[in-house]
Ligand binder design. Structure first.
Ligand SMILES: [Fe+2]
Length: 382
């Protein structure tokens, strides 16, 4: 069985040159290429990979939405089955990589896509080999065994070790010309994933190591990478994004991610912006954990120590200092810290609570949340 340790990983400037070697080694003939419509061209990948792809038969699947839905997946599955590739390549942001992961795994199963998405049936068969090549620095999807699919406005995930890409090529050159808004939102996703992973009830020493490394890199490089397009800062953000993906592959995400999904699907707020909104408030909330609401089996002292570690990583004296630092950082890269600035009203907050509250990810938060607690947190962010 494939597992999280079975991934071949190339990281660094010029890492893309390993693709040709990998394809040759795997005796590939037919490639199902999943890519974003514009990003594939704009990031320089199309031009760079043209001579490589000339040697193979390539079918390019594109034109899916940025929050991939079941309609996109069904269209992709039809084309995938007709083409019958022997390998899949995903080039793009989290959406392109998630679409490739979902199509590849579902094409290998017997029943209808919905049966697996709604967890009526279990994934049993591995898909074709999958190579993930991120062109943003944020989601870390190349490092995870999950994929996200929307049915209508509702978010679902698939999870299985078979979904983890067999090969990840993280070449920061593709992020160098990234739009500032996308760089900010995806970087905020990496920060949120790393923090949530660090305090998740499913964290392990290994996931905490990845998350801490990611946090250090992001605090040092995020602003320089987005505001000043600093090259070495962008390289560091690519590494940080991958580390945040590795961290959540073990620990999963928590409350900030759970509540972000309706913010994205109902109000069109980009994923990274949506998750980062509640990050500072959740850090403060989790620091006030007590015997009556502890969710982590390792106990209160353990959670308090975890929060103290985070305060240390932020180089501040208390949790409020860390929250302020998060909000300053978000503002400095051009992101919002208030719901009203994103066009979300009081009435909308009810919609967010109703649709984000019962999410699986909520159970991973170290301090139990009631709807009232969350309402207070969102009201403070108005
Ligand atoms: Fe995320």
């Amino acid at each position: 069985m494939k597992d999280k340790t079975s991934q071949k990983n190339y990281i660094g400037l010029g890492a893309i040159k390993n693709l040709d070697k990998y394809l040759g080694h795997n005796k590939v003939k037919k490639i199902f290429l999943v890519s974003g419509k514009m990003a594939y061209k704009l990031c320089g990948a199309e031009k760079l990979l043209r001579p490589v792809f000339e040697k193979y038969s390539v079918f390019n699947f594109t034109g899916f939405s940025s929050n991939p839905n079941l309609v996109d997946i069904k269209r992709g599955l039809k084309l995938f089955k007709k083409y019958n590739p022997d390998l899949v390549i995903a080039i793009g942001g989290g959406s392109a990589i998630d679409v490739a992961k979902t199509i590849n795994i579902l094409a290998a199963q017997g029943a209808s896509p919905k049966d697996y998405i709604l967890k009526k049936k279990k994934i049993k068969e591995p898909g074709k080999k999958l190579v993930a090549i991120p062109t943003t620095a944020g989601t870390g999807s190349e490092a995870t065994q999950f994929s996200v699919i929307y049915i209508g406005k509702h978010k679902y995930s698939l999870k299985h070790p078979y979904i983890l890409p067999d090969c990840a090529i993280i070449d920061p050159q593709f992020t160098l010309s990234l739009d500032k808004k996308i760089a900010a939102a995806t970087g905020a996703d990496a920060l949120s994933q790393a923090l949530e992973s660090y305090w998740s009830v499913k964290s392990t020493p290994e996931s905490k190591k990845y998350a801490a490394q990611a946090i250090k890199l992001i605090l040092k490089n995020f602003q320089k990478a987005v505001k000043h397009s600093n090259r070495s800062a962008k390289l560091a953000m690519s590494r940080a994004a991958n580390l945040s993906g590795r961290a959540i592959n073990i620990s999963e995400t928590t409350a900030c991610h759970a509540i972000s999904y309706p913010i994205t699907s109902y109000f069109g707020v980009p994923h990274g912006q949506a998750v980062a909104l509640t990050l500072g408030s959740m850090l403060v909330y989790n620091s006030q954990v007590g015997t009556e609401d502890i969710m982590d089996k390792r106990g209160i002292e353990y959670v308090k120590r975890t929060i103290r570690d985070l305060i240390g990583l932020f180089g501040v004296s208390d949790v409020h200092g860390a929250k302020n630092k998060i909000h300053r950082l978000l503002k400095n890269v051009g992101l919002e810290t208030k719901l009203s600035a994103l066009g979300i009203s009081n009435k909308d907050i009810r919609v967010i609570i109703k649709n984000g509250f019962n999410h699986d990810r909520m159970k991973n938060n170290p301090r139990r949340l009631t709807k009232e607690n969350f309402l207070n947190i969102l009201n403070d962010l108005r």
